[in-house]
Design a protein around this ligand. Structure first.
Ligand SMILES: Cc1cc2nc3c(=O)[nH]c(=O)nc-3n(C[C@H](O)[C@H](O)[C@H](O)COP(=O)(O)O)c2cc1C
Length: 323
């Protein structure tokens, strides 16, 4: 049997494997990216950064593109609406060590859409193609496009967009198999995804609701060359390894709840080392719901944790967990 999990050539870059971490603003920062690479992700995607903010050398945006070797291979995602700023932002990301530059054409957040970026770019595929071409021309590293199968449920657009992206030089398409109007809810539309996969020769990495080997298999059956995993990896960063093992016919040993919370505590400590105690604890709390679930006193511990500010308190709280 041919293995489904394997290295993936994306233009001039070959990823060690084809199961990647999806970009998630507020979550896929340096410490979490490094953790997911340890958990078997082939490539990790950074949080989206505004091309406009990079143009003005916004310090926070520049910091978001500061990466260390243990966070590689990394794809850096930019969002914007005009060719010049997209080209500049692509160059800035390349200069900071991106292995891949990704353009966001799938985000449904109003603030991003009002600036003409994210999923509204799908309304004008020709303009979107020009943005891809501008980034491709600006950098040596491969450029990918993350988009969606449609804006409205049932009205496929992803195939047309993928074809334009391919013709303008994109090295791969990262395709969220949900309509923009569904944001992140509901089942992925695998029939629509299959049509997208059949429409281009460049790799399509499918995304949406992948939480284990069975779902992963369905995405490969739809014709995907690779997968992007989002929320299911938050709180379970070794899911990449587990899926690879299960699809290879091996028996994975998923992290148990005790090990998951140990890893969470280590991540909280890393976040504190990275951002300082106040911000590090604050960022860690955002994902508490993902990490602290599935054991008897999880809800109670989560309730106490979100009111805490000091690592010492958090440590003693975590020692009271029962599994
Ligand atoms: C909190 C959160 C933040 C996200 N931020 C981004 C982002 O910055 N860029 C992007 O392309 N997608 C973003 N997404 C979408 C994910 O990349 C992914 O497409 C989506 O979560 C579906 O995958 P999943 O069902 O595996 O979670 C975000 C999703 C979530 C839940």
């Amino acid at each position: 049997m041919k293995s489904l999990i394997k290295p993936l050539a994306v233009g001039s870059f070959t990823a060690p494997n084809n199961v990647w971490l999806a970009p998630m603003a507020g979550i896929t920062d340096g410490p979490f990216r490094a953790l997911c690479l340890r958990g078997g992700a082939g490539v990790v995607c950074a949080e989206m950064v505004s091309a406009h903010a990079l143009h003005y050398e916004n310090p926070r945006s520049l910091r978001m593109l500061s990466i260390s070797e243990r966070e590689k291979p990394v794809s850096m995602q930019i969002f914007g609406s005009d060719e010049q700023t997209i080209a500049e932002a692509a160059r800035a990301a390349e200069a900071r060590g991106a292995d891949i530059i990704d353009i966001n054409a799938g985000c449904p957040v109003k603030k991003i859409n009002r600036a003409g970026a994210g999923c509204v770019l799908m309304k004008d595929p020709v303009h979107l193609g020009r943005l891809v071409a501008a980034a491709v021309k600006a950098v040596k590293v491969p450029v990918t496009l993350k988009t969606r199968i449609s804006l409205k449920r049932g009205k496929l657009l992803g195939d047309e967009i993928a074809k334009i992206a391919e013709s303008e030089g994109a090295a791969a398409v990262l395709m969220h198999a949900r309509a923009a109007e569904d944001v992140h809810a509901g089942e992925p539309d695998l029939d629509a995804l299959a049509k997208v996969c059949a429409s281009v020769k460049i790799p399509v990495l499918g995304n949406g609701g992948i939480d284990g080997a069975a779902k992963a298999q369905q995405f490969f059956d739809a014709g995907c060359a690779g997968l992007l995993i989002g929320r299911a990896a938050v709180g379970n960063p070794y899911l990449f390894r587990d899926i690879a093992q299960e699809l290879a016919g091996e028996k994975p040993q998923p992290l148990d709840n005790q090990r998951r919370t140990e890893i969470y505590l280590a991540l909280i400590e890393e976040n504190i080392a990275h951002y300082g105690e106040k911000i590090g604890v604050g960022r860690s709390k955002k994902t508490a719901g993902y990490w602290l679930r599935g054991f008897p006193n999880a809800a109670e511990v989560r309730g106490k944790f979100v009111r805490m500010e000091k690592l010492s308190d958090i440590k003693s709280l975590f020692s009271s967990l029962t599994f």
